[in-house]
Each structure stands twice: as structure tokens, then as C-alpha cells.
Design a protein around this ligand. Structure first.
Ligand SMILES: Nc1ncnc2c1ncn2[C@@H]1O[C@H](COP(=O)(O)OP(=O)(O)OP(=O)(O)O)[C@@H](O)[C@H]1O
Ligand SMILES: [Mg+2]
Length: 311
């Protein structure tokens, strides 16, 4: 894990607005090594999605890339023409855009949405090959074969998000940028989707940029974290260092907002307020009878069986 695969140098993006210019991305530089999982956190409006779009040269007016360079392995993206960039998106760097599960084409079956990506990239596959690849892609994200013929409205949120990961990774990219891939999902499905993303990433040997706000997820899934604030990358460090010794005041505030064991302990003294199951939000039982009821409930609801309710 040492070969640089993506290098971003001094990237600046501005949006012209009648009330003045918004400097959405301000002199951002970072490097990603092969197979690395890099998190990008920061408050809403700090420029995370704009940075992702700028890496792929997908900023539209009134936005403009004002400065900076992006390198994918030995290729300087600025040297590519539009056709070269089109090939690079998906085949080199894939984006799972923010809210992508809601922007699947509602009138096309999932299988067709994947084969359209093959066609866009002029992969001349036979029908059999196409079908085999689509089924394999769906299997890689844990979706059954019959999803090929389903429409987006027939899938749950988690399934839709997995389908988006399958579409984004259908050409075996070297970098996957996932912009808040789990924000609209419940915690159990969030973790399943993240596990899917990690599995696909490992199979491809790709690097990942995971954009999000959830520091719990970041702590579990990324090697390094970059923190954005007002368009700037204000702190980059291994995730363990960020959690234990955050340096920038915004990172400190982000870490301080996490519930800790001490703050959960503080709930114990408040009458009527009992610790709750982190998954189903039911209060922890206090009597033996309630414990039995919880066991029965856990059998019906597996999430309770795996969650640890604080005593
Ligand atoms: N099309 C646009 N026109 C004008 N300003 C824009 C446009 N798109 C983004 N911006 C501005 O750029 C800044 C960064 O926005 P961006 O969407 O990148 O933030 P973000 O960190 O992804 O936020 P969130 O966490 O809410 O997704 C914001 O101030 C936003 O208002
Ligand atoms: Mg965003």
C-alpha cells in the first residue's frame, strides 16, 4: 500500500454568483495510495461534493475549476480531451454520486442500466457476455440474479444503493468516490452497504474516497481522514490519530459531538431515561420479565440480538 494512484494538487473551484463568488474548493491537495480507504468529512457546504466533481472534471457553470491538477497514476487529467475524460469516468475513477439511489432511471430495468454503461464505453460484448457480467456484478454487491429484470421502485433503499455501486464499478475502476452512499439508510443497512463497498473495493484493488458526516462509519471503514472546512482541507491524518488527537478546532468539535461511553453513563442518573438499543431504539429492560421479553423480541428482530445494550 504505497504506490500513489490519485494525486490532487492545489485544486480550486469557484461559483460565480450575483452576490459574489463562492470559493467552494480552496487549494485542496492530497494523495491516495493504491487500495487505500480515504474518508472526507466536513460540515454541509464545506465543498466535499464539489471536490469530487472537480476531480472528475464534472463542474458545470456557474462553477469553474480555477486552478489545480489531478493525476491518476501517471496520467494528468488536464491533458485528456473530452473523449478521454469520458472513458476515464467509470473505467478509471468511478463516482457514486450523492443521492444516486434516487436518481436511478425509474423506467429502465437495473440490468439495462448496467449494460447502458457498457455501451457508453463502447464495450462490444455479445448478449451472453453482457448477461454474465451483469449477473456477476450484481452478485459482487450481494444482489440476486432476478434484480436484472427489476425496476428501481421494486428495490429497497439498501438494494438500490448496492445497484448504484454495481453500476459505478462495472468497468473495474482504480478509484471509487462514494459521496454519502449510506446517508438515507438505517444503521443496519448502512453497515451492509459499507461492507459491500469494501468487498468490491478489495476485489478490484481500488482506492476509495468515502464522503460523509458519520464519524462512527468513518472510524470503522477508512484508513485516513481528511476534514474539510469552508472549502479547505484543514486536517488529514490516520483515522486513529484524528479520533484521539484532533488538531483543527472544527475536527475537535466533530469528535466532541460523538456520544461517548461517559455521556451514555450520565443517562443512568436521569429518572425515566434509560439506555436504548442502538439499533431498534427500544429502552433496555430493567426487570427479569422484561429481559425475557427482550430475548423473545430479539428472536423476532435480529438487530436486537446483535446490539449491545449498556447495563
Ligand atoms: N451550482 C452551484 N451554484 C452555486 N453554488 C454552489 C453550487 N453547487 C455548490 N455550490 C456551493 O459550493 C459550496 C460547497 O457545496 P458542496 O455541495 O460541495 O458541499 P458539501 O460539503 O458536499 O455539502 P453536503 O454535506 O451538504 O453534501 C456550497 O457553499 C454551495 O452553496
Ligand atoms: Mg455533498
Amino acid at each position: 500500500m504505497s504506490e500513489p494512484i490519485l494525486r490532487v494538487e492545489g485544486l480550486r473551484v469557484g461559483f460565480d454568483h450575483p452576490l459574489g463568488k463562492v470559493q467552494a474548493v480552496d487549494n485542496v491537495s492530497f494523495t491516495l495510495v493504491r487500495g487505500e480507504r480515504f474518508g472526507l468529512a466536513g460540515e454541509s457546504g464545506s465543498g466535499k461534493s464539489t471536490l469530487a466533481l472537480a476531480i472528475l472534471r464534472m463542474i458545470k457553470p456557474p462553477g469553474r475549476i480555477e486552478a489545480g491538477e489531478v493525476w491518476l497514476a501517471g496520467t494528468r487529467l488536464a491533458d485528456l480531451n473530452e473523449e478521454g475524460m469520458r472513458t476515464l469516468r467509470l473505467a478509471g475513477i468511478a463516482l457514486v454520486p450523492q443521492g444516486s439511489m434516487n436518481s436511478l432511471n425509474p423506467v429502465l430495468r437495473i440490468g439495462r442500466q448496467i449494460t447502458d454503461a457498457f455501451a457508453d464505453h463502447r464495450l462490444h460484448l455479445t448478449r451472453d457476455e453482457e448477461e454474465r457480467r451483469v449477473v456477476a456484478l450484481l452478485a459482487a454487491v450481494g444482489l440476486p440474479e432476478n434484480v436484472v429484470r427489476m425496476y428501481p421502485h421494486e428495490l429497497s433503499g439498501g438494494m438500490k444503493q448496492r445497484a448504484c455501486i454495481a453500476i459505478a464499478t462495472c468497468l473495474g475502476p482504480r478509484v471509487i468516490i462514494a459521496d454519502e452512499p449510506t446517508s438515507a439508510l438505517d444503521v443496519v443497512v448502512q453497515r451492509q452497504v459499507m461492507a459491500t463497498l469494501v468487498r468490491v473495493q478489495q476485489e478490484l484493488g481500488a482506492a476509495v474516497i468515502l464522503i460523509g458526516h458519520d464519524m462512527g462509519l468513518m472510524a470503522q471503514f477508512v484508513d485516513r481522514l481528511g476534514v474539510m472546512y469552508a472549502g479547505r482541507l484543514v486536517e488529514v491524518a490516520p483515522i486513529a490519530r484524528i479520533i484521539t488527537r484532533p488538531r483543527h478546532p472544527y475536527t475537535q468539535a466533530l469528535i466532541a459531538s460523538l456520544p461517548s461511553l461517559e455521556t451514555r453513563g450520565a443517562f443512568a442518573g436521569i429518572p425515566g431515561l434509560r439506555p436504548r438499543c442502538a439499533t431498534c431504539r427500544r429502552a433496555a429492560p430493567s426487570t427479569r420479565a422484561a429481559r425475557w421479553r427482550r430475548t423473545a423480541a430479539a428472536l423476532r428482530n435480529p438487530c436486537c440480538a446483535v446490539s449491545k445494550t449498556p447495563k
